[in-house]
Design a protein around this ligand. Structure first.
Ligand SMILES: [Zn+2]
Length: 144
């Protein structure tokens, strides 16, 4: 199975969550956390409704998983409709998530392809683990 096929179902779920967020007046972002092939947490952007700038979809999905898995999420894959920003990248590294799959780039604040690629950096605290393997899936047609 190629990566496109492997991650398409999760990205589709992220897209559905992103659409739901947009329908609520939020930025269109949805994220899921996958462990052993199963979605263990999902979240959508909620910064406006919660009046909390940290309520990005990626932060919310990490908060949910952390509540029952603790701080070591190294066996989880974060899948998101958008490239995690710097703030979310900090949380991803802190929780030692090793793989991120996303669809849309986030420009200069993106944690993988932006001006400060925190997801890929080796200049982080030792206990954060190795750089994150980031994969951008940009072929929307493949998602059907
Ligand atoms: Zn973010």
């Amino acid at each position: 199975m190629n990566p496109q096929e492997q991650w398409a179902p999760y990205l589709k779920r992220c897209e559905a969550l992103a659409k739901e967020a947009a329908s609520r007046g939020e930025a269109a972002v949805g994220s899921v956390l996958v462990r052993n092939g199963k979605v263990i947490a999902e979240a959508m952007e909620s910064t406006r409704s919660s009046e909390d700038v940290s309520a990005h979809a990626e932060m919310e999905v990490i908060r949910k998983a952390r509540s029952f898995l603790g701080t070591d999420l190294s066996d989880c894959v974060l899948v998101s409709s958008k490239e995690p920003c710097l703030m979310c990248s900090y949380a991803i590294r802190y929780h030692r998530i090793l793989t991120v799959v996303y669809q849309e780039p986030s420009g200069m604040l993106g944690g993988a392809a932006g001006a400060y690629p925190l997801l890929l950096s080796r200049e982080v605290p030792e206990n954060w683990g190795p750089p994150v393997q980031c994969t951008q899936m940009n072929d929307k047609k493949a998602l059907g």
